[in-house]
Ligand binder design. Structure first.
Ligand code: AHR
Length: 516
């Protein structure tokens, strides 16, 4: 009898243990209120290192690399495929040194400047406003121009708006036409300076808020088709005072967005290698990446106090992983490789942005080509797509879909040396065709995870996964397809319940097609 009881107790306890190991994600299929703005999938391209020059732009005279007006055709194709919705340019710190008039007119006659922030190299201004806006048209992205407040003038930014957006007769529109562009580009998104607390001028928020009011007043809406969307330079990471002052001191009719910058790293003063890292360094990087949840929540809460209608957007216009540069490369060029660690940063960050779609309406990964957490790396005529590219592409199913609330329960802890992080992150949306897409990430470096996804109504399931043998794996110019998305079949479906196994450091996107 005692033996029987002990056996039953053993069964119950082992059931409890295994039940705890499962992470349950229940989806409210009828609860969607907010659209995931496609601009959350935005990118950022600065005049920094080999992002623009030797990256996007190889010059009109290049007869080795196929290009259109100097911009690489392979990059255009890859970014079209990625469905890049919006591209921020020309900086970054560079923006507050950039005088846009240097970059228009005959290329041979443009003035040069020294790129003071990034390697002290000579900027010949051969890639300017026309080149960038035409590039945006070529990839099907909306441009987001970052204006110079730090070393510029109110008139300079006002003139830039007129140059690109004014339809009628005006000195600036006439100049644009003289430079070969008849129709305005109707640029909607405008940054009013960048990192004004740092490289943009080391300003106090109070001082900047006043400057912002002045600059934004003279940024005129010339077009009927796209109202200007003015974005104030926002907080550095957890500087909540900055957001508070902007929201308090800038009248609502002058502002459409407030920015936020936050990068992921091992330690800011000791960033470590992009490819040669251990689990402790990985864990630290993920701690900074997942901090985004708290940042977005707290900055949003401040914005809620001044703007309960949520009219002003939170724009995370710089995010991503930041490590030491690759050996032998210019330290000012921020060139780094991209591993499965970066895929984890991308997957979890995008889930956070999706889940805060009520306030976060744009995010721009830093930076598109050859800089920081790039989606594309180039080496002369060769081009590779990074694991981050693949995550961004897998996730683009969420663009402009309705966010569905999810509830995570059960065991969800990734523990390393006594420190804990949530192992599984998820976001779910429903698109216009009624297809439900769930993006799931397991950041655990060693453990596979059982997940139960409860989707009332069920439907036909298909899946894609990004995974690799080692967390440190990356795509190289010798092995460009080492990491690519694979069909994911490791799931079982029973009614509303989908049971799946997520391998360590994996990203899975499941599509659940309408049963109707
Ligand atoms: O993305 C690199 C730099 O990081 C940007 O120029 C600046 O805005 C930030 O500090």
């Amino acid at each position: 009898m005692i033996l029987r009881l002990a056996f039953i107790l053993f069964l119950v306890s082992s059931f409890t243990v295994s039940a705890q190991e499962v992470t349950r994600i229940s989806v409210q299929t009828n609860g969607g209120q907010h659209i995931i703005n496609k601009n959350i999938y935005g990118h950022f391209a600065e005049h920094l290192g080999r992002c623009i020059y030797e990256g996007f732009y190889v010059g009109e005279d290049n007869d080795v690399i196929p290009h259109t007006n100097g911009v690489r055709n392979d990059i255009i194709a890859a970014l079209r495929e990625l469905k890049v919705p919006v591209l921020r340019w020309p900086g970054g710190c560079f923006a507050d040194t950039y005088h846009w008039m240097d970059g228009i007119g005959s290329k041979g006659e443009r003035p040069t400047i020294v790129n003071q922030w990034w390697g002290g190299v000579t900027e010949d201004n051969s890639f300017g406003t026309h080149d960038f806006l035409n590039l945006c048209e070529a990839i099907g992205a909306e441009p987001y121009l970052a204006g110079n407040v730090g070393s510029g003038q109110v008139k300079e930014l006002a003139d830039w708006v007129t140059y690109v957006n004014h339809e009628g007769v005006s000195p600036m529109a006439d100049l644009r036409r003289a430079n070969g562009r008849e129709e305005p580009w109707n640029v909607k998104y405008w940054g009013v300076g960048n990192e004004m607390w740092g490289c943009g001028g080391n300003m106090t928020p109070e001082f900047y808020a006043n400057l912002y009011r002045q600059y934004s007043t003279f940024m005129t809406d010339w077009s009927n088709s796209s109202k200007l969307f003015r974005i104030a330079s926002g907080a550095n990471v957890a500087d909540y005072h900055w957001t508070e002052v902007l929201m308090r001191d800038v009248p609502k009719h002058l502002i459409e967005g407030v920015a936020l910058h936050s990068y992921s790293f091992v330690e800011w003063n000791d960033k470590g290698s992009a490819t040669d890292f251990d689990e402790a360094q990985y864990f630290s990087t993920m701690q900074t990446a997942l901090k985004m949840e708290e940042l977005v929540t707290k900055h949003s809460a401040i914005m809620d106090q001044y703007d309960p209608e949520k009219e002003i957007a939170l724009i995370v216009d710089e995010w991503g992983g930041w490590y030491n540069v690759e050996e032998g490369t210019n330290p000012g060029f921020l060139y780094q490789q991209n591993t499965m660690r970066d895929a984890m940063i991308a997957g979890t960050s995008l889930n956070i942005f999706n889940n805060h779609a009520d306030r976060v309406r744009m995010a721009n990964l830093a930076q598109t080509v050859n800089v920081l957490q790039a989606v594309i790396l180039t080496e002369e005529e060769k081009m590779i797509l990074t694991p981050t590219y693949h995550v961004m592409k897998m996730y683009n199913v969420h663009q402009d879909a309705t966010l569905l609330p999810v509830n995570l329960s059960g065991n969800n802890t990734y523990e390393f040396k006594g420190k804990k992080l949530p192992a599984i992150s998820a976001s779910v949306s429903k698109n216009a065709d009624g297809i439900i897409n769930a993006s799931l990430v397991n950041i655990d470096a060693t453990e596979r995870r059982e997940v139960e996804l409860l989707v009332p109504g069920g439907g036909k399931v298909s899946g894609t996964m990004l995974q690799s043998e080692n967390l440190q794996d990356f795509n190289s110019f010798d092995s460009p397809n080492k990491i690519t998305p694979q069909v994911f079949k490791d799931f079982k479906q029973k009614g509303d319940k989908i049971t799946l196994t997520l391998p360590p450091f994996s990203v899975v996107v499941l599509s659940i097609a309408n049963q109707d």
